[in-house]
Every structure is written in structure tokens, then in C-alpha cells.
Design a protein around this ligand. Sequence first.
Ligand SMILES: Cc1ncc(C[n+]2csc(CCOP(=O)(O)OP(=O)(O)O)c2C)c(N)n1
Length: 638
Amino acid sequence: MPLLDRIRGPRDLENLSRDELTQLAAEIRSFLVTSVSRTGGHLGPNLGVVELTLALHRVFDSPKDPIIFDTGHQSYVHKILTGRQEGFGGLRQKGGLSGYPSRAESAHDWVESSHASSSLSWAEGLAKGFRLKGEDRTVVAVIGDGALTGGMAWEAVNNIAVQKDLPLVIVANDNGRSYTPTVGGIARHLISLRTDRRYEQGLDFIRNAMTQTPLVGQAAYDWFHGLKMGLKDVLAPQGLFADLGMKYVGPIDGHDQQEVEHALLQAKRFGGPVIVHVLTQKGHGFEAAEQHEEDRFHSVGQIDEITGMPLAVSSQRSWTDVFSEEILKVGHDRQDVVTLTAAMLHPTGLHRFAEAFPERTFDVGIAEQHAAASAAGLSAAGLHPVVAVYSTFLNRAFDQVLMDVALHRQGVTFVLDRAGITGNDGASHNGVWDCSILSIVPGLHLAAPRDETRLREAVRAAIEIDDAPSVVRFGKDKLPADIEAVRTVDGVDVLVDSGDPQVLVVVHGAFATLGLEVADGLIAQGIGVTVVDPVWALPVNPALPQLAAEHDLVITLEDSGVIGGLGSRLGQEMNRLEIGTPIRQFGVPDRFLDHASRGQILEELGLVPQKIARYAVETVLKGQDHPAEDSAVDSHEN
Ligand SMILES: Cc1ncc(C[n+]2csc(CCOP(=O)(O)OP(=O)(O)O)c2C)c(N)n1
């Protein structure tokens, strides 16, 4: 019987022998490869933390001792060891296991991490809280070398380092990579700790001395193993962490479960803040992942479990592909254009530009705040920076967009990929906040292109804006076919004009297709409809309120939050101009969305043509029967 079947919780790990632990690690790896290759998910990071997670659960008493996984994408092994193995068939699917830690799933998941670099602050707060309450618990934070590049992590270290009796263990899971190799001074420092020659020479000396003594067999090995841990303390370079006043243990071979366990025990017994530096290999044990140059299978779709080859290769291009091509062309045309990525060169499509113009591309680490403020500086120096990030991660840099870019009137372009409902990665990864937070930034220009042609045009136009932040947002889905305008009114594209101006449908971005389907429904019911796309949604094009005034009802469609979003801004403009046409905004409500496919979420939110068309038909008909009196449909039905 496979050992894994006997593991229902961390307690079941207690009495396993060394051989059994080795076998269990192999079974977990094989389970991960088989299971994640069917569902998709973060395979590489999890293959790298098998021994580490086993050791964590043997040394610490979870959930009494919270184990917090930074970013959380590497918590699958933790999920397996805390009784959730059966759920892996439904990983990241509606009703199934979340791809990140989830409080709803288990008491072992203290923090629903997913945005990087927050674990040390959480751990510091928890440990401080437990201490204040007199509770004897140790808090563990597992943070990657990538997440350690985020400023938040260092704000936490700054606080942790001076609290000498805080029972807090920081495990630096150092695989040398974020998606691609981790960059910057911290990463370089970790490398120097890894490769310090004094430590290696010291170990070699001891090893050689041992082989020349009469001590033989397992006892000698164990003795050496134990001694090695002690020696690491004496010989290992303590570096920055020690300089900050923290205890440093390492570097530890993260695939030697015994060695990791030893180090963690030592750290636990210490009773104050300790950093345990563990070296792991992303994708460990799955050759296709180990060899994968781009990202070691950081995140995969469905793949062949032997070869690692993707099962379905779509010929349809993504928005990212188009941006990637266009920014490369821009790079040739304009020598002053520079690009920035926060550790996501390939996912944002900047790799092509980077290959052609390495000196004009900056990977700043997982540091969106720095990216935005640094871009302000680059702009003030006379360049035009393009910061490409996922929409959800721009949240981190809101203050910098507002204060450093907008207030200083710097021309910086933000390209927001994965904007709108993304679905399977769960609540935190939907890009549904950008329009709301950006709509309050004075002077900011935001485009939500509806198709490839508009995307290329928007990127070009954004880069021409040299005295304000400009934003281009697009989604994760595949690109629709181009949708041509029947005419353009003062910069607003008219996509449908049935001739009788009853309902004005204002579409944004990928929801243009939805707008066309709504229009079909209305026309079929004999209701006149105009569908318009301003492309540049912020600032509100003055032609839009004017068009609104000519209709009986305005409907806005946006793949973003409705509260404070693009439709809201139009409504405010109409208020200001005292245009009384009723307006109803359709978009994402102000709640967190459980993981599910994009289609399932759209359905659940009623963002489907039939529902929207029905609302419009009913409202128009009611308006004809009882003008103004009753706008019946609950504006929070979404
Ligand atoms: C604030 C933020 N920016 C970007 C990301 C996207 N992201 C997810 S994992 C990752 C790399 C993490 O590297 P590391 O911490 O070293 O973990 P590893 O995957 O190597 O185990 C990035 C950039 C994120 N989750 N949060």
C-alpha cells in the first residue's frame, strides 16, 4: 500500500523512518506530476518543496504553529499532508481545491497568500500577538528568493530583527528563480551565501579528516550529519541577516530531508527570530521541469505527465502575444522607450523586447512599487517607460501611480495584462480593481481595447502621452476577431446603430462582443440600440454623455469592478452635466470571487447577453408605460 494513502494529517508523519520519508517524498512527487498535469497548476515550485514541507510538518505543530507560505503557490504539498489529497482532481476548478492556501479548506491555512512578499509581516504580527497573549507558539514563514525581492518583506525584516524573543522562523526557500532567475542585490547576496568558499572549504576539511579516522558506518555518518549542522553555524557566512541582528542557519540542502529537519529543529529551539536558508531546485525530480529553460514549469496548463509537453496548443493568439509584438516594433521605432517588469518577463510578453533591447529592459524583481516610482524617474530623465504588470499586482503600486507618476506629470505607460475576470487562480488574481483605483487618478488616460487593431493603436497612442500616466488594459482570454466601427463620433467608435436611439450600450475591452450580443437581443425585440466603444475610457470622452442624452437608457459593460469603475465615471459625468437618462452599470460586483472558470463566473454574475438584454427590454418597456416611476430591477442584482 502506498505510504501516501496512510497520511491523513501531519501526525501521521511522526513515526516514519528515514527510508519511509524518502519513499513518501517520491510518492508525493509522482502524485503531483500525475495530478497537476491533468488540472494545470503550479507544478515546478511544489516539486521543489517536497522534503522541506515534510520537514516543516514533522518539526512544527501545525495548525497551532502557523506555517505561512509566501505567495502560496507552493502550498500543494502542505495541502497533501493536511488531508486534502483527494481534492486534487478538482484543483482550481469551481467547487474544488483552491490553488492557494484557503481558510475555508483547512485550519492549517492561516493566511490566504497569493500576492507576494507579505508572509513576513503576517508572521511578525501573529508571533507578536501570540506573545502578547502569553501563548507558546512558533510562527513559520516560508518565503522564496523571488518573494524576498519585494519591499514588504524587508519592512518586516526591519521590525523582526529588533524583537529578539519573537518565536519566528523564516525559511528562505532559495531556488535561484522567480519565474526566471531572480535578480538584484538580495539575490546576489543569497548566491554569495550559497557559494561562500570558507564554508565549503571547512566542510571539505572535516569530511576528509573523517574519512581518515577509524570511525565507520551509519554512526559516523549521523555524527557527521549532526556536526555539519553545528559547523554551518560556525563556518557559514552569516551575511546580511546576521548584520541585521538575526540568527542565520544555512545554507541547507533542501532536498536532504534530514538536514532540513535538523536545521528547523535548531531554529525552533532557539526561541527568537531565525532565518533558515534552504537551497532547493524548482521542478526537482521531474526532468521536463528541471530542463525547462523559461520557468521550470512555474505554472503549467494540462501537460503530458511523461514528456511535460502541453496537451492542447491553441493556434489562437492572446492579447499578450499582440502586445509583445507591438512593443518590439515600438522599440525599433523609438529609442527612448524602455520597459520594466516585476519578475514577469515572459508572462507579460516583454521577453521579445528584452531580447532585442536588453539594455532598455529592467527586471526589478517582485517590486511593483519600485517599478512605478523608478519609471517616474526614467521618465523625468527623458525616456518613456512602459511598465508591464498583471492588473491585480498594480494594486501594490497605486500610491506610486498617483503620487510619483500622476502628480509629477510623468509620461509612464502601464500595460495591464490579465485585466478582468481571470477565474481559476481565485479571488486575488482577478484583475477587477484597476479601473476603480485608476479612475480617481487626476490626468490619467486609460484604454481598454476591444481587439487586436485597437490594442496595437492603444499601445502606440499611450506611448505618445508624455505628461501623464497612460494605461492599456486587456484580459487573459484569447483575442476575438477585429470588430470594425461603422463610424466614429469624436473619437467614440460606433459599433452598432439600429437607427432608433433607445438603448445606448457602452462597451469596454473584451466586453465589446458581449455588447454586440446584447444588441442582437434588443434588435430582435424591436428595440432600437446603439453600441459604442470609446476605447479610451478615461478620461470620459465628452461625446459619451452627449450620446447618452439622445437615448432612453444607458447600459455600460465593463470587465472590472462596477463600484467606482468606468460606467460609474460616465454616470458622474452625466450627473455633472445634468443629463437625466437612466444608466445601469454591468460589471463585477464588490465581492471576492471564488475560483472557477471565467465562463462560469460570468454566468454566475449574470454578465451574459440574455440577462442584460432582458433587463434593457424590461426597463425600456416600463419606461414607456410608467415614465420615471419605477426602475424596478435591483441595481445590485449582480
Ligand atoms: C505582488 C506580486 N507580484 C507578482 C506576483 C507573480 N508571481 C507569482 S510567483 C512569482 C515568483 C515567485 O518566486 P519565488 O518567491 O522565488 O518562489 P518560487 O516560485 O521560485 O518557489 C511571481 C513573480 C505575485 N504573486 N505577487
